[in-house]
Design a protein around this ligand. Structure first.
Ligand SMILES: NC(=O)c1ccc[n+]([C@@H]2O[C@H](COP(=O)([O-])OP(=O)(O)OC[C@H]3O[C@@H](n4cnc5c(N)ncnc54)[C@H](O)[C@@H]3O)[C@@H](O)[C@H]2O)c1
Ligand SMILES: [Zn+2]
Ligand SMILES: [Zn+2]
Length: 336
């Protein structure tokens, strides 16, 4: 089978590999779509921390089940939860496989789906009947957002500020809206803010470079400030800044990730009695919530797909998706 291997930063190679054979507890997928994510781009750039090469990238996947496994039929369209967990650690025992102490993320810690076939644990499979392969490949990035919104326990009528309008932030906005929130989008990229307004019907957008962000937030929230702030930038500056946007009694959820140390004023944090949370990956509950929401027409994430290429073109096109000028939100790879 044709497989694209990232040999080292900046270098891809197509290799012919044997089609893997499913053992007990495994399912063989014929890959039909591969969504390209920031993680894949950073791995190619060489800026993804703790990343070992060579590696087959790709974890936003949709495929066709080659043979039946318990609960699933041969030929079924599926996606899967690409965070393989140990099942025995404190997190797994607490129902939090998404932050397993020995987590193995497909396409990050082990080889992923940039090839014609992939073996996955049968326990990771998610039914996809009624959804297109494009939609199924978008379930995982949306589940990241759904998880962040669930962490924040967003209630109807709340003002939720989402900082960062990349693919992850867009998913957060969609699921905050589905939870009944008034969404406010904050970004430095006008093109992305326009996308939020035009395509996602986000009523309030603010450019983070404006001198009066706090005043604008105060105005939108009738003086209260947002009771929930969710970061999806991965920018240390943005993360540190947004502490001051929180309402008293507010919750701050970090979905975005960066390498430095966060710092904030303890008295400011104290006086708000604020809650700070990280949000890592997603669980089966989040994946099911995304699938149900897609089937109900509450999210139409295929509008995020700005670039589309056949598998044979990935090596040639990949570097261009690193350039913000190309206006990439989501690039989608297609396999016959
Ligand atoms: N929680 C998880 O498990 C998980 C999973 C996937 C990705 N992530 C993280 O989510 C983050 C977002 O991912 P993405 O793929 O959407 O990234 P992205 O780079 O496409 O989007 C980030 C957005 O933040 C904006 N931004 C940058 N600096 C800003 C600032 N100072 N103020 C306001 N906006 C600013 C950018 O303009 C951009 O639109 C990354 O940090 C990524 O590592 C987390
Ligand atoms: Zn991803
Ligand atoms: Zn575990």
């Amino acid at each position: 089978m044709n497989t694209l291997v990232c040999l080292e930063p900046g270098q891809f190679s197509y290799e012919d590999r044997a089609v893997p054979v499913a053992q007990e507890g495994q399912a063989l997928l014929r890959i039909r779509r591969i969504g390209i994510c920031g993680t894949d781009l950073h791995a190619y750039e060489g800026t993804q921390p703790f990343f070992a090469y060579p590696r087959v990238l790709g974890h936003e996947l949709a495929g066709e089940l080659v043979a039946a496994v318990p609960g699933f039929e041969a030929g079924e369209a599926v996606t899967f939860i690409p965070y393989f967990n140990c099942g025995t650690c404190i997190a797994c025992r607490s129902g939090l496989p998404n932050c397993c102490t020995h987590i193995n993320v497909c396409g990050v810690h082990s080889d992923g789906g940039m090839g014609e076939y992939l073996l996955v644990p049968t326990t990771s499979l998610i039914h996809g009947q009624g959804l297109s392969y494009d939609e199924l490949a978008l379930v995982e990035p949306l589940a990241i957002g759904a998880h962040g919104v669930r962490r924040a326990a967003v209630k109807p009528g709340e003002f939720v500020l989402v900082v960062g309008a990349g693919p992850i932030g867009l998913g957060i906005m969609e699921f905050a809206r589905i939870a009944g929130a008034h969404v406010i989008a904050l970004d430095i990229n006008e093109q992305r803010l326009a996308f939020c307004k035009d395509r996602l019907q986000v009523a309030h957008t603010i450019n983070a470079l404006a001198p009066d962000v706090t005043e604008q937030l105060r105005h939108i929230t009738n003086g209260d400030m947002p009771t929930v702030v969710i970061d999806a930038t991965g920018s240390l500056k943005a993360i540190n800044n947004a502490f001051s946007y929180l309402a008293h009694g507010g919750r701050y959820v970090l979905v975005g990730l960066q390498k430095g140390d966060i710092s904030f004023s303890h008295p400011e944090f104290h006086k708000r009695e604020a809650t700070l949370m990280s949000s890592r990956n997603a669980t089966q509950e989040d994946f099911e919530h995304v699938v149900t929401s897609m089937k109900a027409g509450l999210v139409q994430p295929t509008t995020y797909i700005t670039h589309r290429v056949p598998f044979a073109q990935v090596q040639a096109e990949f570097a261009s998706w690193l350039d913000p000028q190309t206006g990439v939100i989501k690039a989608m790879v297609e396999l016959e």
